[in-house]
Structures are given as C-alpha cells and as structure tokens.
Design a protein around this ligand. Structure first.
Ligand code: DC
Length: 229
C-alpha cells in the first residue's frame, strides 16, 4: 500500500500529539513529536545553566550544539517512541511548565532549528510518518501529501494543559498556564525563522468542541482517502 507523509501543525496544546499518535497507530506509521526535540535541547540548556530564570547565553548554546544528541527509542508498553537526550530518557523531564516557559526562546534560534529540521527530514525520508509541530507542513515536509493545522481557543487549550500538569502532580496555577499558552503562541507565530503558520494546502481543524473520537475519525478518513487514491 502507498505510504504518505502526514503533518500536523498548530498552536500549543491543541491536542496534536494525541491525534498524531492515534493516527500513526491506526495506519502502522511512525509518530514523531518534533516539539519533544526542541524541549530536549531546552532541557540541556537548563541543565547546563545556559538558560536560567533571568539569562540566556545564546552563543554558548550554539557552540555546544554538537554535544546535544536528541534521539527516539520506541517503548513497546507505551506504543510510541520516547525522547532521549545524550542517551538518557527525558520523556517526563521535558514536559514541565519550566521547560514550557523556556522552549519558545530556544526554538527561535536558527542554528537549533537547522540541526533539528535535518534530523526530522531524515526520520521521514521513507514516508509512512506522522509528525507534529509548528513548521512541519511549511518547512520540514512542504511536499507532504496530507497536512493538518489544529486550532482551539487559548482558554480551551490552557484548561487541557492545566489538567495534564495536575495529573503529573505539578504545582501550577491556571493563570500561569494560560499566560504560558498565550506567550508561546505569540513567540511561535511571530519569530523570524519558520514562524508557526498554516500551510496553504493544510486542512484546518478547530477542535474546541470536537470529541477525541470525532477528531480522530475525521483525520483517519481523510488519510485513508489519500492513501487509497
Ligand atoms: O509541541 P510542543 O508544545 O511540545 O512544542 C514545544 C515548543 O517547541 C513550541 O512552543 C515551539 C517549538 N516547536 C517549534 O518551534 N517547531 C516545531 N516543529 C515543534 C515545536
């Protein structure tokens, strides 16, 4: 059967990864969470005091990029690939609010983007991949056969993210989560290099009032149609 490339871009906490994982599983495709790669580089910068609460040594991060190895290893129990930083599983460590508060600044750096985009293109070169992020349909795979752009109101997204963080026992306030969602939207969509935007040929899905099942079925049907063409 024909293999295609599926890209899912959109604002933070629009549930891209949930539907991307479901879709990859249903189609027998590889799922790649490109945001996890930017988060892993951010974690490196935090662990090495390159980025702190009030400073960010961009030149140092750029000069150390050769020491930052981001990789994925499939976890059979979870049914998806977890992200590793220099050989250590950091799947949980990269999901904290602190990493979320720093990641957009790291993702603005062209040298970081260049390194990660090359790796993402390599991972998708055999097709049969579902990749989610911000620039996947515009920069990483502009020729992808099927592109989605997910949206939902900032409040809907902040509520989802807040619930997730509470489930992970993080002590956070809803207001801080909403502020983070809004500030990441702004930085991600106004940065100079590869800003978040809808590819011309992407299908926009507003999932503010869409159940997970309905959302999955919509994307799955569209994928099946293209695969069977
Ligand atoms: O999808 P996420 O929230 O885990 O992504 C974390 C950050 O990484 C996001 O705020 C912007 C950045 N990012 C990016 O610039 N390009 C991508 N392809 C994926 C994520």
């Amino acid at each position: 059967m024909k293999k295609i490339t599926i890209t899912i871009d959109g604002f933070s906490s629009t549930g891209k990864s949930t539907v991307a994982k479901q879709l990859a599983k249903a189609l027998g495709y590889v799922y790649v969470d490109s945001g996890a790669m930017y988060r892993a580089v951010t974690l490196y910068a935090m662990q090495h005091q390159i980025i702190t609460k009030d400073s960010f040594d961009i030149d140092r991060l750029i000069s150390e990029l050769d020491n930052v190895k981001v990789s994925f290893t499939y976890n059979d129990d979870l049914g998806f690939a977890e992200v590793y930083l220099n050989g250590k599983n950091v799947e949980n460590d990269i999901r904290t609010l602190e990493v979320s508060q720093n990641v957009s600044q790291v993702a603005e750096i062209s040298e970081v983007r260049r390194m990660l985009v090359l790796q993402q293109q390599q991972m998708g070169k055999e097709k049969g991949v579902v990749m989610d992020g911000r620039d996947i349909g515009t920069v990483v795979f502009p020729d992808a056969e099927l592109k989605f752009f997910m949206t939902a109101s900032a409040e809907t997204r902040a509520k989802r993210r807040y619930k997730e963080l509470l489930e992970r026992n993080e002590v956070v306030s809803y207001d801080d989560v909403l502020k983070n969602v809004e500030s990441r939207d702004l930085i991600d969509s106004t940065r100079e290099d590869s800003p978040l935007m809808k590819a011309e040929d992407a299908i926009e899905i507003d999932n503010s009032n869409l159940s997970l099942v309905a959302q999955f079925e919509t994307l799955h049907e569209l994928a099946q149609t293209i695969i069977n063409q």
